[in-house]
Design a protein around this ligand. Structure first.
Ligand code: MRU
Length: 330
């Protein structure tokens, strides 16, 4: 059954608490801007397109509350997480309408609808890549939970499968917060899509022994030259895929492309609390005297990307600057 990560009705933003999955499907009902900001900060709602949509609704809740103006409300949301550019795009889509005295509810709803439609189109664009591809590896969760509906990396797999493709998905568990084993596997299991969860450090083994036909991931921010940030560990997978001649695809809606960044060097990488690394499922696994580092994302150079799967079709990295500048003129 298809998943919806969040929905809005009558002044309440409802969202699946992604921290509780897969044990419990708990729905939280948020009424205040600060609750939305906290949900984004704590990864209760996560994944670049989904946090963009949550932030758009956060702006709507702020306007209904009437305590802050558009710029102050935008500042609260922008301070939550730095890497996914969709967050900033979602906030701005509503802030600009609010500041101009426009229909804020319509702006937030329009942003959600556009995100869902673009993710569906990613599925349609990317499905032909997986018609003859059987074994696919993915990292983190780039499914419906990360995007509201459809997913980015998972959308082409969903559409290909509906058209009869026989797919098998290798799911990187994605330490430290296990978005792969907790969330991607949960989505695939619900839809009876054959898959196996693997430890992150097993991916190289499967790539090197000819057991992966393609890799597909989502992204949190894609620079003009095609360098992109995604969940920590993506870079390694891309290098090993390249080394073994396995195609590596990056699927994203237009809100994830940051045409103002020339390349990946200036993409801000979020550093999260060391406890996320020092403990597993709330239980300390490292000695009490040990410290940890915890970058949530890494940046993969575009030379490792075979193609971007966009709502408008497949784009090769060398064509990306032209495609983005054409879009900015539309
Ligand atoms: O820290 P998270 O769970 O928000 O990170 C999410 C990812 O890195 C996803 O791969 C990315 O946002 C693409 S989602 C369609």
């Amino acid at each position: 059954m298809a998943v919806r990560a969040l929905w809005y009705r009558g002044g309440i933003l409802s969202l699946i608490d992604q921290r509780a999955l897969p044990e419990r499907t708990r729905v939280l009902r948020l009424r205040h801007l600060t609750e939305v900001a906290e949900a984004i900060r704590t990864l209760t709602v996560r994944g670049a397109p989904a946090i963009g949509v949550a932030a758009a609704y956060g702006m709507l809740l702020a306007q209904r509350e009437g305590k802050l103006g558009p710029d102050a409300a935008a500042r609260v949301l922008r301070a939550t997480r730095p890497t996914a550019v969709d967050l900033f795009v979602g906030v701005e889509a509503v802030r600009s309408v609010w500041a101009d005295g426009g229909d804020v509810a319509r702006a937030a709803e329009g942003y959600r609808a556009r995100t869902v439609e673009e993710c569906h189109q990613i599925g349609v664009s990317g499905a032909p890549l997986f018609r003859r591809t059987r074994r696919v590896l993915t990292h983190c969760n780039a499914g419906a939970l990360a995007t509201v509906e459809w997913g980015t990396a998972l959308a082409p797999l969903r559409v290909a499968r509906a058209a009869g493709a026989h797919l098998f998905v290798w799911v990187d568990e994605t330490r430290p917060l296990l978005q792969g084993s907790r969330l991607t596997a949960w989505e695939l299991a619900r839809e009876r899509i054959p898959h196996a969860v693997i430890a992150d450090n097993a991916a190289g083994h499967y790539l090197a022994t000819g057991q992966v036909d393609a890799v597909i991931v989502g992204a949190d921010r894609i620079a003009r030259n095609g360098d992109f940030a995604n969940k920590i560990g993506t870079y390694e997978k891309a290098v090993v895929a390249h080394e073994n001649g396995v195609p590596f695809y990056v699927a994203a809606p237009w809100s994830t492309f940051d045409a103002r960044r020339k390349d990946g060097r200036s993409i801000p990488v979020e550093e999260r609390a060391e406890e996320e690394v020092l403990a597993l499922a709330g239980r300390r696994t490292a000695p009490l005297r040990s410290h940890a580092r915890n970058p949530a994302f890494d940046v993969t150079p575009s030379r490792y990307v075979t193609a971007f799967v966009t709502p408008s079709g497949i784009v090769r990295p060398r064509d990306l600057p032209r495609v983005l500048s054409e879009r900015s003129r539309e």
